[in-house]
Design a protein. Structure first.
Length: 98
């Protein structure tokens, strides 16, 4: 039951509205949330691993909202977001394959 609750939360976080021109970032967040959900569903991720990954997704989303707060996402800010998403990508992979 906890796993499905976490998975639903992950999908809700990743599927927020795209505001200030970061469609690629939003798509990556969404794909990563699906990977977390699939890991929970298949049993590749434990409750603790999934919770940590979801918190990481929250941090990326919060940073994105902060960058969008002035109405524009600069190339430097976009690069920071992509770096953070790359880090999350590696964490998801490692947790699913350990």
């Amino acid at each position: 039951m906890k796993a499905y609750l976490l998975a639903g939360l992950a999908l809700a976080v990743a599927s927020g509205p795209a505001l200030a021109g970061t469609p690629y970032v939003d798509k990556r967040e969404h794909r990563q949330a699906h990977r977390i959900y699939n890991g929970i569903k298949s049993g590749e991720l434990t409750y603790g691993e999934a919770a940590r990954l979801i918190r990481g997704q929250h941090r990326v989303r919060r940073l994105e909202r902060q960058f969008k707060s002035d109405g524009v996402v600069t190339p430097a800010e976009r690069a920071i977001l992509h770096h953070r998403l790359n880090v999350q990508n590696v964490r998801i992979y490692k947790n699913k394959h350990d």
